[in-house]
Design a protein around this ligand. Sequence first.
Ligand SMILES: [Fe+2]
Length: 293
Amino acid sequence: MTAIIRLPQPNSPEWVASMDPGGVFDQWHDVCREWAAPESFPADQSDFAKDGFEKRTFLDPTEAENLQAHIEAASLVPENVKATGEYQDTVREESSEYLFGLLEKILNDDVSDRIKSYFQSEFFAHWFQFARAYPHPNPSDSFLWHRDGGPGAFVNIMVYLNPTEEHGGNTHFLDIETTAKLAHAGYEFPNVAERVGDLGPLAEKAGARYAPFITNVNAGEGLIFKAREVLHRGVLPTTGPRYVVFVNLMPSYRPWREGFERWPMNFMEIVAGNWTTDYIQALAGDDGPTVIG
Ligand SMILES: [Fe+2]
């Protein structure tokens, strides 16, 4: 392989734009595509491919219940708990073996095929979170309509560990087509203060069909979605804590199981959401694409 990634000067305008089209991330993705045999990922006819999101069963109810108990137990150690807002926190997982076993279940063949077909490359688990959300009277942030910022192509999975009927929480989605129409009408990546909970009036003006996908989920069910391409909003729980596992997937030139051994999970937290020279070089490794800094 002769693929090369050229890194811009750190802190240059090109560097700041590293997630934009043609930026460093796109170079990385191109290389990952080159690395893959083109015929290895057949076309995907799923709702995930068409609409940008899909409800699936990731764990059976007992597995979900066990994981919730596991998270509860870990949360008894105060250092493992990190507040991520007034009404949300995350619980740290210390065992790589445990995490690997969990990812083996969540990233089953069907799910992996969808992700590979979308990226046209292999993928790796970039970060994960065990997240708890609690009832609160004034939801904001992710609980209003938004698209996630970040590079051009990434995938999020959220697995609910307890059912909607237990906590009243949920996640609503608008499909790729509606999201594109609303973006055209001005609602693209609104900052937190500009986010709204009802896009009905704007959709009407934009000639878009406003029919959010709303479904109750059982323990172990969840959504796989293109978080940058579809508008989504969390619905805060009303009657008890909501337990969710988030997994973020990004393009890779090696399969995720190998990536898991080689690359530290939750790297994004370490680099605070920025792609650094070190990061790209660590991902490329000695046998991967050539990185010129
Ligand atoms: Fe989001």
